[in-house]
Design a protein around this ligand. Structure first.
Ligand SMILES: Cc1cc2nc3c(=O)[nH]c(=O)nc-3n(C[C@H](O)[C@H](O)[C@H](O)COP(=O)(O)O)c2cc1C
Length: 436
């Protein structure tokens, strides 16, 4: 079975989605918007919804990025849904582990076991400047802190045994032998514990990670229980998938660790209708800004190029001297899709280097199944270009095809996010600390 996750982001993952006359731009501060999206995802029997997070407000004129704080949002969304998992990003660079453990544990109780946390080490100096740093601390420091952060959070959750609460009205409220300090003293944190919140419903809310660097992949392999990935096509998905699964085995782990690459879909009853939906959003992009940005990515001025003509040949990756990651993606899109300049700008504006599938429900289901069968993906992190319309299209038209092919659940058969992802509940109190 596939695992499917709805990645909720503003008015959709296409940078111009908010400019559409029917967009949800006025509703981003309205909790009923997010409740509605989560209910749509739940109607499609998706595993979870996911909110990314950032800690700075930059380029605010270009369109919405952050609005409501995600953990606060999930608290409300949990009350508007019954089954679907609820995942939020947490920055191990800016939170403290005690805060994070407390917030997530509380949400796991509120949602009755449906919470996941995506640990990120954060990226931008502007974020760091909001948290007492002059610039982002270096990558290795951030990953060392992330690992210690995760350990402390897990130990705080284990600081209460599952059966610590006695609630004996004539005796004790808690069995004190089942609530322990953790007495952590490390390079980054000193935390005595125990947590203020009894053990979460899932034991440990599910840990997600999305590292791409060596340190990121190693952390994911050692600690993550599910992984978000970026893959432009099946061959790059396979390379990442095989590398991570091999690292997970090398770390001595036997749990499934599902890997979910991002997926942008434009669904139509015909191929032409799907392409028209894509074109409609692409045409809303202010081309001057997009061209200036592309000029930076490719290291040459393209502001005078013809928008509706094919993109001219670009120098190979070997001779390009700027940042290579995004340039490599641009070369692959040009080679595989032979886009016009406008189409290329549109592709980069919706999900960037993530896979994009444009077509009929059957065609998209075929392609998803091909990735699933061939070690490209255990599922997908859906990144709808426009919200709510693109996720409604997916749930109404693609999900039934996946269900008919036996690739996706028809009903929820579990009540927790761990259950949806096929993950075991971690063993009882103390086992994590004892295993270290
Ligand atoms: C689907 C997905 C969601 C992500 N969400 C966030 C996020 O919410 N906040 C953030 O700072 N980084 C986020 N990232 C970035 C990753 O955590 C990570 O920093 C990035 O992939 C670079 O890898 P590295 O940290 O190993 O260098 C996300 C990445 C992916 C693929």
């Amino acid at each position: 079975m596939l695992h499917l996750n709805l990645f909720i982001f503003g008015c959709g993952h296409h940078k111009a989605a908010w400019r559409h006359p029917d967009s949800s731009a006025e509703r981003l501060g309205d909790i009923s918007y997010y409740e509605g999206l989560a209910r749509t995802a739940e109607r499609g029997r998706l595993d979870a919804i996911f909110f990314a997070d950032g800690q700075s407000a930059d380029h605010v004129a270009d369109g919405p990025r952050w609005y409501l704080e995600p953990l606060t949002t999930l608290s409300a969304v949990s009350r508007a849904t019954e089954h679907i998992g609820l995942i939020s990003t947490i920055s191990s660079t800016f939170y403290t582990p005690f805060h994070a453990a407390r917030l997530i544990a509380s949400l796991d109780h509120i949602s009755r076991g449906r919470i996941g946390w995506n640990v990120v080490t954060s990226m931008f100096d502007a974020e760091a400047r909001n948290h007492g740093f002059d610039a982002m601390p270096d990558h290795a420091w951030r990953y060392a802190r992330a690992e210690e952060f995760i350990d402390v959070v897990l130990r705080l959750w284990d600081s209460w045994a599952d059966d610590a609460l006695q609630i004996d009205r004539q005796g004790a409220y808690v069995d004190v032998s089942k609530v322990r300090t953790i007495d952590h003293k490390g390079a980054h944190f000193r935390v005595e514990g125990p947590l203020t919140v009894p053990r979460p419903v899932q034991g440990h809310p599910v840990l997600f990670q999305a590292g791409a660097s060596e340190e990121g992949r190693d952390l994911a392999a050692r600690r993550a229980e599910a992984i978000y990935a970026v893959a432009y096509d099946l061959s790059s998905a396979q390379a990442y998938y095989r590398d991570i699964k091999q690292r997970v085995r090398a770390a001595g782990r036997h749990d499934p660790v599902p890997i979910m690459p991002g997926l942008v879909t434009y669904v139509g009853s015909t191929e032409a209708e799907a392409r028209a939906k894509q074109r409609e959003l692409d045409e809303l992009l202010p081309s001057d800004d997009a061209l200036r940005q592309l000029s930076l990515y490719i290291g040459q001025d393209c502001t005078q190029w013809e928008l509706d003509a094919p993109v001219p040949a670009l120098p190979s990756l070997e001779v390009f001297t700027g940042p290579k990651g995004r340039y490599a993606t641009i070369l692959r899109i040009i080679e595989a899709e032979r886009p016009t300049l406008r189409q290329l700008l549109g592709r980069l504006a919706a999900g960037g280097g993530h896979c994009t599938m444009v077509g009929t429900p059957e065609g998209i289901a075929d392609e998803m199944a091909r990735w699933h069968r061939n070690e490209g993906a255990d599922g997908f992190n859906l990144m709808p270009p426009s919200l709510p319309s693109s996720i409604e299209d997916f749930v109404e038209h693609v999900i039934p095809v996946l269900q008919a092919r036996g690739l996706f659940r028809r009903e929820y058969d579990a009540s927790t996010l761990r259950g949806h992802l096929g993950l075991q509940r971690p063993a009882r109190f103390g086992s994590y600390a004892a295993a270290r």
